[in-house]
Design a protein around this ligand. Structure first.
Ligand SMILES: Cc1ncc(C[n+]2csc(CCOP(=O)(O)OP(=O)(O)O)c2C)c(N)n1
Ligand SMILES: [Mg+2]
Length: 332
C-alpha cells in the first residue's frame, strides 16, 4: 500500500486504493461504452442494460468486500461483476453468448454469475436478488464466517414486496447484509418522483429499525465512506444497513429498445458534463494532487486494451456446443 493520500469522513485512502478505484470505474465505463457500440452489430443476443453513470456506486461499495463476500446483482449487473473482480473477457464471452463465458455462454448479460467471486448473479426479476442475499447473509451468520452480503437493487425494485419483506427479515435476524438502492431516476420510462411515493427509501428502512443513509452516487468518496460504515457494521455483528445512492444512467433502459422520449433533450449531455463520477473523481485527485496524471493515463490505456482484447476474444469464440444444452441447469 502507498502512503496516505486522501481522507474522507472516517476513511483514509492510499494511493494504491485510489488507483484501484479509478481502474474499476474506468473498466466499467469502457466495458459499457464499447457494448453500446457493439450491440449495433447485431452479434449480441438477449437484453443488455448498461450501467454507465453509476460506476462510483459499485466501485465504492465493493472496495470493502473480499472475494468470499456475497453480492446479489440486478438486470443492470456488469458494473457489480467488474467491481467484484470478475474477468472482463469471461464476461464479454458471456454477453456474446459464447463458449468460455462466465456461465458457458448460456446466460448472457442478464444472468452473469460468478460464484467463485461471491457474485450470486445478475437477475432479470426486479428485487429478485434481494431475498437471495438475505439467505446468503443468514448462512454466513450461522456459519460464523464473518462474510458480508450486499444486495444491489434499483429505485423501481424498492417498490417490490420482496424488498420490504427482506428488510424485515434482515432486521429480525440482524443479518450481515447491506442493501444498496441505486436511484438512477427511472424505472424503465417511469420517473422515480412518480413511482416512488410516500417516504424516501432510506426512511422505509428506518421504519424496520435499519440504519440508513442517502449518498451522492456520483461521488466515489461519499459512497466509499458510507459503505465503509455499512459493511463494517455488518461484519462486526451490527446487523443490516441500507444505502440509497443517487446517480442517473447515461444510456437508455436497455440497448436497442429505448428512444428515451421521457428525458429532456439535453438531459444526458448535462449529466455527462456535471454528474460524471469519473470526471468528479479525476478532478478531485488532480486538484488535491492525490494521483499523478501519468498514472491515470496509464490506467486509461490499459483498460482500453483490455476491453479491445475482450471483444476480440468474444467475436472469435464459438457458441456453446449443442451437447452443453442440458448441462449447468442445476448446481450444488
Ligand atoms: C418482478 C418484475 N417486474 C417487472 C419487471 C420488468 N422490469 C424490468 S426492469 C424494470 C425497471 C426496474 O427499475 P429499477 O429497479 O429502478 O432499475 P433500473 O432499470 O433503473 O436499473 C422493470 C419494471 C421485472 N423485470 N421484474
Ligand atoms: Mg431505476
Amino acid at each position: 500500500m502507498g502512503t496516505t493520500a486522501a481522507a474522507g469522513a472516517g476513511t483514509t485512502l492510499t494511493k494504491d486504493r485510489l488507483a484501484e478505484a479509478y481502474r474499476v470505474m474506468r473498466t466499467i465505463r469502457a466495458f459499457e461504452e464499447r457494448l453500446h457500440v457493439e450491440y449495433r452489430t447485431g452479434e449480441i443476443p438477449g437484453a443488455v442494460h448498461l450501467y454507465a453513470g453509476q460506476e462510483a456506486i459499485a466501485a465504492g461499495v465493493c472496495a470493502h468486500l473480499g472475494t468470499t463476500d456475497y453480492v446479489g446483482s440486478t438486470h443492470r449487473g456488469h458494473g457489480h461483476a467488474i467491481a467484484k473482480g470478475s474477468d472482463t473477457t469471461a464476461m464479454m464471452l458471456e454477453v456474446y453468448g459464447r463458449a468460455g463465458g462466465l456461465c458457458g455462454g448460456k446466460g448472457g448479460s442478464m444472468h452473469i454469475a460468478d460464484p467463485q467471486r461471491g457474485l450470486l448473479g445478475a437477475n432479470g426479476i426486479a428485487a429478485g436478488g434481494v431475498p437471495m442475499v438475505c439467505g446468503a447473509g443468514l448462512s454466513a451468520r450461522l456459519r460464523g464466517t464473518g462474510q458480508v452480503a450486499v444486495a444491489f437493487l434499483g429505485d423501481g425494485a424498492a417498490n417490490q414486496g420482496a424488498f420490504l419483506e427482506s428488510l424485515n427479515l434482515a432486521a429480525v435476524w440482524q443479518l450481515p447484509v447491506v442493501f444498496v438502492v441505486e436511484d438512477n431516476g427511472y424505472a424503465q420510462a417511469t420517473g422515480t418522483a412518480y413511482h416512488l411515493r410516500g417516504i424516501e427509501v432510506a426512511e422505509r428502512a428506518r421504519a424496520f429499525g435499519i440504519p440508513a443513509r442517502t449518498v451522492d452516487g456520483t461521488d466515489y468518496f461519499a459512497v466509499h465512506d458510507a459503505a465503509a460504515e455499512a459493511v463494517g457494521r455488518a461484519r462486526t455483528g451490527g446487523g443490516p444497513t441500507l444505502l440509497e445512492a443517487r446517480a442517473m444512467r447515461f444510456f437508455g433502459h436497455m440497448e436497442g429498445w429505448d428512444e428515451q422520449g421521457y428525458r429532456a433533450e439535453d438531459e444526458v449531455d448535462r449529466l455527462r458534463r456535471t454528474q460524471d463520477c469519473l470526471t468528479r473523481f479525476t478532478d478531485r485527485v488532480r486538484t488535491e494532487d492525490l494521483l499523478p496524471a501519468a498514472e491515470l493515463a496509464r490506467i486509461d490505456e490499459a483498460v482500453l486494451a483490455e476491453i479491445d482484447a475482450a471483444v476480440a476474444a468474444a467475436r472469435a469464440a464459438e457458441p456453446p456446443a449443442a451437447s452443453e444444452l442440458t448441462t449447468d441447469v442445476y448446481t450444488v
